[in-house]
Design a protein around this ligand. Sequence first.
Ligand SMILES: NC(=O)c1ccc[n+]([C@@H]2O[C@H](COP(=O)([O-])OP(=O)(O)OC[C@H]3O[C@@H](n4cnc5c(N)ncnc54)[C@H](O)[C@@H]3O)[C@@H](O)[C@H]2O)c1
Length: 325
Amino acid sequence: MIRIGIIGAGPNARTHAHAHRDSGEAEVVAVADPAEGPGRALAEETGAHHVRGFEEMLDDVDAVVVSSPNFLHAEHAIAVAEAGKHLFCEKPLGLCLADARRIAAAVTDAGVASAVGFSPRLSREAQTLKHLLDSGRVGELISIWSRRLMFLPDDAFGGWRADPGRSGGLLLEVNVHEIDWMMHVAGAVSSVHAVTRTTLTHGPRANDHIWVTLSFKSGAVGQHEGSWRSATPNFSRGLHGTAGGGATDEWGRGVDAASLGQDREPAELRPAVDLRARWRAAIRGEGEPHCDVAWGLEVMRVAEAVFRSAEGNRVVRLDEPGLSG
Ligand SMILES: NC(=O)c1ccc[n+]([C@@H]2O[C@H](COP(=O)([O-])OP(=O)(O)OC[C@H]3O[C@@H](n4cnc5c(N)ncnc54)[C@H](O)[C@@H]3O)[C@@H](O)[C@H]2O)c1
């Protein structure tokens, strides 16, 4: 049994805690949250004990899930790794590239197993689109695209999410998932051009609407449009290549595939990936995690390029000073 501690007791931490407990491979030993109400509630539900400060539980656990607000991820993840505990860090991997580098270095130095919570890439649809490419059905990839347009009501913008200095805005809080998915399918990025707009949040790097064009090293192009204040929600993804392509519906459900010039047909959906199970297996030394902090660092390099591109209204190459390596 892997002894797991959870940092943060919000809705996302609850999902992690229950999934680990229900797996039969782990027990949730402690929940750390300075807020007494949610901390105690989640601890009681999962048979754990509640502590206010995460330092109080580190001696009692083998592994820790960091599910605190984004601006605390770097502090928490680094402390977990430095204590020699296996790390599952929610996205984003800190609020900037320097944070991600420090987290990745701490994990490497400690030699612990790690994973980053890039969950939307795990879905059956996301894996099916990837499989269309990997199996050769698409041919050579020309374009990959995603839309993640949603509407978050005003009351969702209380607290840290409303402050881009603490959440990273739409890009780091939500739509970094789409950058991750496109990289998961299409590989390394060579350059980025991005535009952002703010209509709701304020401050440096505020971004409520984003448009990102990625040039991949393979020659393929990725396009993403995102918003958390859109009147027309849309969660579609697709790709096409020299031989065929595939796309979800506007809600991201199902995948239709077609060979070039042929009618679309529903594709058989591939299995979803269980990110938490892969992390637990890696902890036991039985395999590689699905996306570790080294991968999270690569995603953060691209996210940093998105910010630079939007700020400077220019194409940003991933090998430019400060981004490379
Ligand atoms: N991967 C995904 O699909 C996914 C989905 C939802 C949320 N998330 C991420 O999970 C994290 C938490 O999201 P949420 O919706 O549960 O947030 P939330 O704001 O609802 O909950 C955060 C919790 O952390 C606690 N907290 C604050 N300071 C703390 C500290 N110093 N130590 C320990 N706990 C502290 C708060 O009291 C709160 O209970 C965020 O990083 C978010 O981006 C990921």
